[in-house]
Every structure is written in structure tokens, then in C-alpha cells.
Design a protein around this ligand. Structure first.
Ligand code: ITT
Length: 202
């Protein structure tokens, strides 16, 4: 059975596919890269849920497939929750991880480590074409700290700057499985996997 993961972020794709595989889920996961000229929804919502719904609905309409969308972001306490829903566009519309990370380090320049606390959120929405009243919505969070500089080679986005004290590692120092165990996305996907079979069968 096919399901669309409405994203163009290959890091998200890797993590979701790995989590589904670990759970033994037998679904054929397509992504935006498998579609011909998919639309690029404008993420104009004020919340993760609103933006995830925009993506899920537009791509479900376009593809005719049950569609998963993931809207995620980093909230830094010292920056009053920024970059938040604007995490992808923090350093400008271009959406460039290196620029976003550089901007985050600049904004936190001189802030001592104990005040660099932050939290990641992922909100996942699953939509059935023409039945948006049935949307499935789950979220997951992960608490951590922003490092003074990047550490680790794996992952994507803000991963080299996001340190998880209980693991003594940044996300970029973890394997995909390790990250999924404790990450915002991993936690959201765990909740999703509990509800998805019944939701798909309705
Ligand atoms: P799609 O909308 O196509 O799914 P996107 O990368 O634009 O991809 P978002 O709108 O959710 O996704 O933006 C989230 C931003 O936060 C983006 O800059 C990501 O690189 C970053 N991000 C999301 N999840 C992350 C994670 O697990 N680790 C590090 N950075 C992450």
C-alpha cells in the first residue's frame, strides 16, 4: 500500500523510513521526489500543526494518496522561542542549513552554556484525500542545548548544534536509530505508528 511523505527534506525521509522499517511497517513510502512537478505549499501558518496541514492537504489533493507531512522547528529559550515555525527560513528564504546554523550561533554569541537551553518539536499530520476532517495529528518534543560550535557529521539541519545532555552527544553524533529513539521526530513517529493502522483501515 502506498503512502506519500510530503517533504523535500531527505533527512526527514531517512529518519521516517528507518523508524517505519524498525517497526516492521509494510508501506511503500513515496516522497515529493517521486512526483512529477509537485506543488510547493506556502507555509504561512502560525503553528506547526497549521503548516503540517497545509503541506499534507496540498500534496494529498495533488497525489490522491494518503499523505504524511512533518513540520518541525527549534525553539531557543534565550531567543524567546525563535526560530520556531520559521526554522527553515531563519537566515532568509533560501533555506540553507549552513546559513541558519551560522545565524543561530551569532544570535547566541556570548550566552553562557547554562542559558542555551532549547527544544525541538515535530508535528506530523496524516491526511486522506477529500477527507480532511479525519486528519491524524501527533507531536513529539526533545529538550537539549545549543552548542558553542558544530559537532558531528551525521544528521541534517541544526543537528550539529543540538546537544542532548542525557546522551552526551549532539544529534549529528548519533546514528539514525539513536536519534530516532529520543528525538522529537522519533517520538512523534512512535505515536503515529500506534494510530496509523486503524486510521488507514477506516
Ligand atoms: P519540508 O517542509 O519539505 O518537509 P523543510 O526542511 O522545509 O522540509 P520544515 O518546514 O519543517 O522542513 O523546517 C524545519 C527546519 O528545521 C529546517 O531548517 C530543518 O533543517 C530543521 N529541522 C527539522 N527537523 C530537524 C532535525 O531533526 N534536526 C535538525 N534540524 C531539523
Amino acid at each position: 500500500k502506498e503512502i506519500l511523505f510530503a517533504t523535500s527534506n531527505q533527512g526527514k525521509v531517512r529518519e521516517l523510513k528507518e523508524a517505519f522499517k524498525q517497526a516492521g511497517v509494510n508501506l511503500d513510502i513515496k516522497t515529493n521526489a517521486d512526483l512529477d512537478n509537485p506543488p510547493h505549499p506556502i507555509e504561512s501558518g502560525k503553528t506547526f500543526e497549521a503548516n503540517a496541514k497545509i503541506k499534507a492537504h496540498e500534496l494529498a489533493d495533488f497525489s490522491g494518496l494518503p499523505t504524511i507531512a512533518d513540520d518541525s522547528g527549534l525553539m531557543v529559550d534565550k531567543l524567546n522561542g525563535a526560530p520556531g515555525v520559521r526554522s527553515a527560513r531563519y537566515a532568509g528564504e533560501a533555506h540553507n542549513d549552513a546559513h541558519n546554523n551560522a545565524k543561530l550561533l551569532t544570535e547566541l554569541g556570548g550566552v553562557p552554556q547554562e542559558e542555551r537551553t532549547a527544544k525541538f518539536n515535530t508535528t506530523i499530520v496524516v491526511s486522506m484525500p477529500n477527507h480532511f476532517d479525519k486528519d491524524l495529528v501527533v507531536s513529539g518534543q526533545c529538550e537539549g542545548e545549543i552548542m558553542p560550535g558544530p559537532r558531528g557529521e551525521d544528521g541534517f539541519g541544526y543537528d550539529p548544534l543540538f546537544y542532548v545532555p542525557e546522551k552526551k552527544k549532539t544529534f549529528a553524533e548519533m546514528t539514525t536509530d539513536e536519534k530516532n529513539e529520543i528525538s522529537h521526530r522519533g517520538r512523534a513517529v512512535k505515536k503515529l505508528l500506534k494510530e496509523l493502522p486503524a486510521w488507514l483501515a477506516q
